[in-house]
Design a protein around this ligand. Sequence first.
Ligand code: APR
Length: 172
Amino acid sequence: MNCMAFPTVTAVQGDITRAEVDAVVNAANRRMRGGGGVDGAIHRAGGPAVLADCIARFPGGLATGDAGWTTAGDLPTRWVIHTVGPNHRAGETDRSLLSSCYRRSLEVADELGARSVAFPLISAGVYGWPLDDAIDTAVETLSTTPCAVEEARIVAFDTATFRLVERRVAEG
Ligand code: APR
């Protein structure tokens, strides 16, 4: 597997549950049993098969900064890669944990042979990570992690966020 290249990082606006890629990344929590935001949207759109696989494959949940895959159920993608961001609001402000979410998600994507992966802005919602730094961490980590993934697509939910991501991606 060619692991010497970096993914091409792209920015789009939309609902990540509709992304037509090989794998969609979920902004999960340590319990891995669903939630709000992206987590809620993915479980709603993916259906009960996603939760069943979370329970089967992650009986003890998942650590902050780690990532793991499940079936995508009814989503237009093959896999969901769940990752647990640091909860800034709860005092988890270690940036290396946020960066680890992106790095570990790419590693899992490589294990699966996924060549295109869609990412939400991990921790930038309920978990309250400052938006500019959440975007910076995403673009920086995705564009400097050697792996076989060809496209790392950052999906921004609203226009204002999309503009910020687009500008940061253009800076390289
Ligand atoms: N598609 C793309 N982006 C989305 C979507 C969607 N359908 N829904 C929300 N977002 C954006 C948010 O606007 C934010 O920028 O994804 C980013 C991450 O927000 P959250 O989903 O709140 O995730 P996070 O901040 O990591 O908090 C995780 O929230 O939903 C619960 O169970 C989850 O406890 C966990 C926590």
